[in-house]
Design a binder for this molecule. Structure first.
Ligand SMILES: [Zn+2]
Length: 111
């Protein structure tokens, strides 16, 4: 499962950072997920709950969704988009996705 691979990577990053900080446990992992990143938030939560262990055994997952955003290379118009393909309303050109593909650990809370 795609989401399980993502969660495994996220937990690996979290564990490495917590270990480097000599933390006893990870309380919370904040993840930024773009709405165009192609991941299921509910599935991420489920996988996180199943995969956490050791330092992260009681960690919470907080997900910050980043909205999709597109920029027109023709006229510079910007638009919020929910699909990875968009056409400019003003001039009809294909827009470039400028946000919403994020998938990264934004912060950690450890003790
Ligand atoms: Zn345009």
């Amino acid at each position: 499962m795609h989401e399980m691979t993502i969660v495994a990577n996220v937990l690996e990053i979290a564990h490495r950072q917590a270990t480097a900080a000599h933390a006893a446990r990870i309380n919370r992992v904040v993840l930024e997920v773009g709405t165009l990143a192609g991941v299921e938030v509910e599935s991420l939560r489920f996988c996180f709950g199943a995969a956490r262990a050791g330092l992260s055994a009681h960690a919470e997952l907080e997900i910050r969704e980043v909205p999709g955003h597109a920029l027109c290379p023709g006229c510079g118009a910007t638009e919020d988009v929910s699909e990875p393909a968009a056409v400019c309303n003003a001039c009809g050109r294909v827009m470039e996705i400028s946000g919403g593909r994020e998938l990264s650990v934004a912060s950690l809370n450890v003790d």
